[in-house]
Ligand binder design. Structure first.
Ligand SMILES: [Zn+2]
Length: 266
């Protein structure tokens, strides 16, 4: 086998192991990431709610102050009413009194409105806090699971990644590019052994012979044209499956599939 092909097979074996590690981790990294995002969003929302709470407290204090001031003004105007000497003065004073009363009414109405908002806010904070606690609990559980899995797999993964780096260095860039492109499109599998079926034949003398029959791609199972088999087995150039684009090679351990007469051909 020419050496680039050998290294590509090695690279594929390393990547298969890395894929297995990812499978063991499963959805955990994604779940943890999503929970962290949810928690950050909830914390931001709670921050906004608490800021609004502070604003409302100031607003209420302000409105109450306004009412006290206006009530004092009102009292002053009412006292002045006894001292007026002209109709004009009387009219002007009563219109001032009306205006102050209106301001007091407005402030009282605003207080009711703001208090209502505060009540809703307190409810919302309570409910968001509850959700936050739930999410934090979920995060703790999943984070622990992920940490446990990582603890078991990190060492192996680091080793595999280091080996991968070494193997990649040995392969020409154009092959690496092709490998990565096909792997990305084909669930991480870019190079596969072919499968050749050998059927059992028994001659008149009772001798058993295995006759090579169809050859198929180990990735997509489509038939590989017979003229390519020699090239694949001699492994001097890189041959690709015409259907799935995966690179093909002959593997001494798995490519030869012997079928007995009783077995079904697959
Ligand atoms: Zn194929």
């Amino acid at each position: 086998m020419f050496k680039e092909l050998k290294y590509l097979v090695k690279l594929q074996n390393i990547d298969k192991e890395l894929l297995q590690i990812n499978e063991i981790r499963g959805d955990l990294p994604k779940i943890v990431e999503n929970l962290n995002n949810d928690i950050n969003n909830l914390k931001n929302e709670l921050d906004n709610y608490h800021n609004r709470e502070k604003e409302i407290i100031l607003e209420l204090k302000n409105l109450e102050g306004q009412i006290i001031d206006n009530k004092e003004r009102l009292k002053r105007y009412q006292d002045q009413l006894y001292l007026v000497t002209s109709n004009k003065e009387y009219d002007s004073l009563t219109s001032e009194i009306d205006a102050v009363r209106q301001e007091i009414d407005n402030a009282e109405y605003k207080i009711i409105e703001v208090n209502e908002e505060m009540e809703n806010l307190v409810e919302a904070i309570k409910s968001k806090n509850l959700t936050l606690q739930e999410k934090l609990g979920e995060l703790k559980v999943h984070k622990e699971q992920l940490d446990n899995t990582n603890q078991k797999t990190n060492e192996v993964q680091t080793k595999l990644l280091k080996n991968r780096e070494e193997v990649v260095k040995l392969i020409p860039l154009r092959y690496i590019r092709e490998y990565e492109r096909v792997a990305k499109a084909k669930n991480g599998i870019a190079i596969v052994p072919i499968r050749q079926i050998f059927e059992e034949k028994v001659d008149k003398k009772g001798n058993i012979e295995y006759i090579p029959t169809k050859v198929s791609c180990g990735g997509c199972s489509k038939i590989v044209p017979p003229q390519k088999i020699f090239e694949i087995r001699s492994a001097k150039t890189l041959i690709r499956c015409e259907f799935c684009g995966r690179m093909l090679y002959w593997d001494n351990e798995t490519s030869e599939v012997r079928l007995n007469n009783e077995e079904e051909i697959f």
